[in-house]
Design a protein around this ligand. Structure first.
Ligand code: APR
Length: 258
């Protein structure tokens, strides 16, 4: 593993070489993103000081039991987070991944644990959302998914059947959406380069995708200012914010002009 703490060093050159080779040969590339990629847009991450889980226990807000106990409280938390996201803008890290998709087309798969929709707003079209989307609500009875109006508040009801809606996100203890998970696993198992960006890599099964990719022989590039449990699996580690590292990587790989 080569670790870069500043741009322009060995790890960046190594990562760029992996990416350049994959692009030249049109080999599949996949990326797994977490809350860290949206940090520079002002959306708080979950763990660490200042994180969303600091001072909150996830099981009080992000479990089916918490929702059954107090749907009003859970909805208030999601409305607050939705407000933060709607006021935020995609950053250069999100935009760099949209550029990579534009260049690689079907050979690129963007897998995200984020529920903020910022990848799509940056121009990514084929986003695999593993944990759902907080801009949507899902009916607790008929399962219909609806976009939430920006001004939505309180506990919304399904326009089709009138039952209570819930946030269309995956809570602790719930399975991931089957189709999204299948696409993500397939992309990880066949990638020649796997980027893991802005995730603490402690929440499974998503974090296991890095192991799948590494075991299948992908070149793994980690972008994260902090060490994580998957750092040891990486061929190249860029210890920088994603909004700096990703544009630098694309320039170094010759994907965008330097
Ligand atoms: N650029 C890149 N990485 C960053 C940046 C940045 N600017 N800022 C912070 N990070 C890193 C942190 O070092 C940390 O490793 O982003 C990571 C954020 O980790 P978490 O807060 O744990 O977020 P995530 O990995 O997405 O959490 C996984 O946990 O609570 C659940 O469902 C929720 O999808 C979420 C899942």
């Amino acid at each position: 593993m080569i670790v870069d703490r500043e741009p322009g060093h060995d790890a960046l050159a190594r990562a760029a070489e992996l990416l350049r080779r994959a692009v030249r040969r049109r080999q599949p590339v996949a990326a797994l993103t977490g809350a860290g990629i949206s940090a520079e847009s002002g959306v708080p991450t979950f763990r660490g000081s200042g994180g969303l889980w600091h001072g909150f226990r996830p099981e009080e807000l992000a479990t089916p039991a918490a929702f059954a106990r107090d749907p009003q409280r859970v909805w208030e938390w999601y409305h607050w987070r939705r407000g933060l996201v709607l006021a935020a803008e995609p950053n250069p890290g999100h935009r760099a991944l949209a550029v990579l998709e534009e260049r690689l087309q079907d050979a690129f798969t963007l897998i995200t644990q984020n529920v903020d929709g910022l990848h799509q707003r940056a121009g990514s079209r084929r986003v695999v959302e593993l944990h759902g989307n907080l801009l949507e609500a899902r009916c607790t009875r008929c399962g219909r998914v609806e976009p939430l109006a920006p001004e939505a508040s309180g506990i919304p009801n399904c326009p089709a059947c009138g039952a209570m809606q819930r946030p269309n996100v995956v809570w602790f203890g719930e399975p991931l959406p089957g189709a999204a998970w299948a696409r993500a696993r397939q992309a990880a198992a066949t990638a020649s380069v796997f980027l893991v960006i802005g995730t603490s890599a402690v929440v499974y099964p998503a974090a296991g995708l890095v192991e799948v990719a590494a075991a299948a022989g992908a070149g793994v590039i980690e972008i994260n200012p902090e060490e994580t449990p998957v750092s040891d699996l990486a061929d190249s580690v860029l210890r920088q914010p994603a909004g700096e590292a990703l544009p630098a990587l694309l320039r170094e790989a010759g994907i965008v002009p330097g």
